[in-house]
Design a protein around this ligand. Structure first.
Ligand code: S3P
Length: 167
């Protein structure tokens, strides 16, 4: 079976919903950021510090290529991954891309205490999130084969994805 690739903004629930989906469908779960970290032997934070965002995006692109070669996975992509055409092209037509759609206010609330995501460690975090969200939202929508609301509990969202995807 083709992979299911969850996409959406940081904090939309890709990893939690992905793990639930894998458990419920008997598929293997793969978190793209953890995959990148294991290969690079560095945390995402360290990769940003040492290689910059561009360096991280290269590793992310490589991860997309490698993961799309596998089958039967539930993949939680990184929040930026599917905003790049070259990554969308890797999965599109082969795997199913699902957007977990969560409004900006909910995202802001969920990420209010975040201390790990490199893009959010700044004074003007709220403004940065707003700008990034506005820029990215149309890209997620264009990339997605299916859009599911991710505003409810992770389990309700998981079931909504299963129904939408007929998993
Ligand atoms: C990023 C999101 C993060 C991680 C990196 C960059 C982004 O993943 O890939 O910090 O550009 O939105 P999550 O969406 O899992 O937080």
């Amino acid at each position: 079976m083709n992979n299911v690739v969850l996409c959406g903004f940081m904090g939309c629930g890709k990893s939690t919903v992905g793990r639930n989906l894998a458990r419920k469908t008997g598929r293997k779960f793969l978190d793209m950021d953890r995959y990148i970290e294991e290969k690079a032997e560095m945390s995402v934070k360290e990769i940003f510090e040492k290689l910059g965002e561009d360096g991280f995006r290269e590793l992310e692109h490589q991860a997309c290529i490698e993961l799309s070669d596998k089958k039967n996975l539930i993949i939680a992509s990184g929040g930026g991954a599917l905003t790049f055409d070259r990554n969308v092209k890797v999965f599109k037509g082969k795997d199913k891309i699902v957007l977990l759609d969560v409004p900006l206010d909910t995202i802001k609330y969920r990420l209010r205490n975040d201390k790990v995501r490199p893009l959010l460690q700044r004074e003007d975090k709220d403004r940065a999130m707003e700008e990034l969200f506005m820029k990215r939202y149309p890209r997620y929508m264009a990339a997605a084969d299916v859009v599911v609301s991710g505003q409810s509990t992770p389990m309700k969202t998981t079931i909504a994805v299963m129904e939408a995807m007929k998993l």
